[in-house]
Design a protein around this ligand. Structure first.
Ligand SMILES: Cc1cc2nc3c(=O)[nH]c(=O)nc-3n(C[C@H](O)[C@H](O)[C@H](O)COP(=O)(O)OP(=O)(O)OC[C@H]3O[C@@H](n4cnc5c(N)ncnc54)[C@H](O)[C@@H]3O)c2cc1C
Length: 389
């Protein structure tokens, strides 16, 4: 039997691997997408909403890939974002109008987004999707790779590893992972109530980081990322203390009802030290988990896919030097991670000096339009980016 050959093989058909497969297929490469599960049973049976914030840049990327029309139907636009530090005196508000944009970004349900990608794989993907399959081992040659699967071998010019946080294949690229334990637990809830439409809020107080993220005009997610030891203020035996939670969010939502726990998880992360080595590259959660404070993880992965498409779209020769593409990813990654680290270092730190620096920084940004613009550009991914509306 002839060995199958591909330009790109992608391990893991999650939010990152699926869209990457669609993107590379669209620009004409032979793509094989390998997924360990059967990709079924993703839908939530309890009607919970799992919020994923897509910034404006991500919308442009998804639009360029021809997927936005479908995603638009499941998305809720955000046109105002307010960030508060400790109290109303340290408050910065961004509006899409200041940028002459319709929106700053969108909130979608991550399970519904994955369903859209799955449908697109069914309908328009011309590559090969192998379900219930794993790559067991990889042999590296000068000009390609041999990938050993459960029941066959295949050849591929490149392998992209996007098979999640516990990826074994990621060790082929990076031997050292930086482990970080943030000593926080994130609790996500859904609720109903009255609030200003299309307006997301993030606030920092002594207990941790809080976010109010609407997903319809009357439903919202409440996200409490609590510093360890603070959980008992808001939860008893993992059950929310409704009055306490309603009180904490009372400035932003009234007539709150039906608070429902959706999920909770410990915030620890890993960051691989290398992105690419000898035809194998790491993407998405296999590369790192980015702290959710700025909702940057998936937005960053979509930018990486955009860089990759730009790099490979016009190349006649797939074996060309991919250093410039990797450098671009590396630069963006360093900046994205350091923005998140700085925000956490100062804004989620009880030290008097950090608190003072944070208050001064908030005032500086509030009163300086060019600093404010730079900060917002980073949040919505439009820094140094020529784009059309
Ligand atoms: C609670 C939470 C909220 C978040 N909110 C935001 C946000 O608002 N905005 C944002 O930008 N980012 C956000 N993120 C980050 C975002 O969720 C991640 O960037 C994204 O989910 C990464 O997807 P992935 O495809 O890399 O990994 P995964 O979703 O883990 O997918 C991995 C896939 O690989 C498959 N697999 C596993 N092992 C194998 C194997 N051996 N072989 C083949 N396949 C395999 C799995 O079945 C799965 O399909 C958030 C993250 C969390 C946890």
């Amino acid at each position: 039997m002839k060995t199958e050959s591909y330009d790109f093989t992608i391990s893991g058909a999650g939010l990152v691997g699926s869209i990457l497969a669609l993107a590379l297929d669209k620009i004409g490469y032979r793509v094989c997408l390998i997924e360990k599960s059967n990709l079924k049973n993703n839908a939530d049976k309890f009607g919970n909403f799992y919020p994923l914030s897509l910034n404006y840049r991500s919308k442009i990327i998804l639009d360029d890939l021809g997927l936005w029309d479908m995603i638009h139907e499941i998305s809720y636009p955000i046109d105002k974002l307010t960030i508060l530090y400790r109290n109303n005196l340290s408050k910065i508000r961004f509006t899409s109008k200041e940028f002459d944009l319709d929106n700053l970004g969108y909130v979608v349900d991550r399970l519904k987004l994955l369903e859209i990608y799955k449908k697109s794989l069914d309908k328009q993907f011309t590559g090969v999707l192998k379900l219930n399959t794993e790559i067991r081992s990889v042999e590296r040659h000068d000009d390609n790779l041999t990938l050993k699967l459960n029941s066959q071998d295949l050849n591929s010019k490149y392998l992209v590893v996007s098979d999640g946080i516990d990826s074994n294949l990621s060790k082929l690229v990076s031997h050292n992972a930086q482990k970080i334990n943030y000593n926080q637990i994130s609790f996500m809830m859904n609720c109903k109530g009255s609030f200003k439409e299309n307006h997301a809020i993030q606030f920092f107080n002594k207990s941790g980081i809080f976010a109010f993220i609407p997903y319809t005009n009357s439903s919202a997610s409440l996200i409490l990322t609590l510093n360890k030891g603070q959980e008992s203020k808001y939860f008893i035996d993992n059950e929310p203390i409704y009055n306490q939670i309603a009180d904490t969010f009372s400035q932003y939502i009234t007539d709150i009802e039906g608070i429902k726990s959706v999920t909770s998880y410990d915030l620890s992360t890993h960051r691989m030290d290398t992105i690419y080595s000898d035809r194998i590259m790491l993407f998405g959660n296999s590369l790192q988990l980015i702290h959710p404070v700025g909702a940057q993880g998936y937005n960053f992965s979509l930018r990486c896919i955009e860089y990759m498409v730009d790099h490979f779209r016009d190349s006649d020769e797939i074996n060309l030097d991919i250093n410039s593409f990797i450098q671009t990813v590396r630069r963006d990654r360093t900046k994205t991670i350091s923005n998140v680290d700085i925000a956490l270092k100062f804004l989620n730190n009880d030290h008097v000096l950090s608190s003072l620096i944070s208050k001064v920084a908030f005032n500086l940004i509030k009163n300086n339009s060019s600093l404010k613009t730079t900060l917002l550009e980073n949040v919505i991914g439009l820094n140094n980016y020529a784009f059309r509306k």
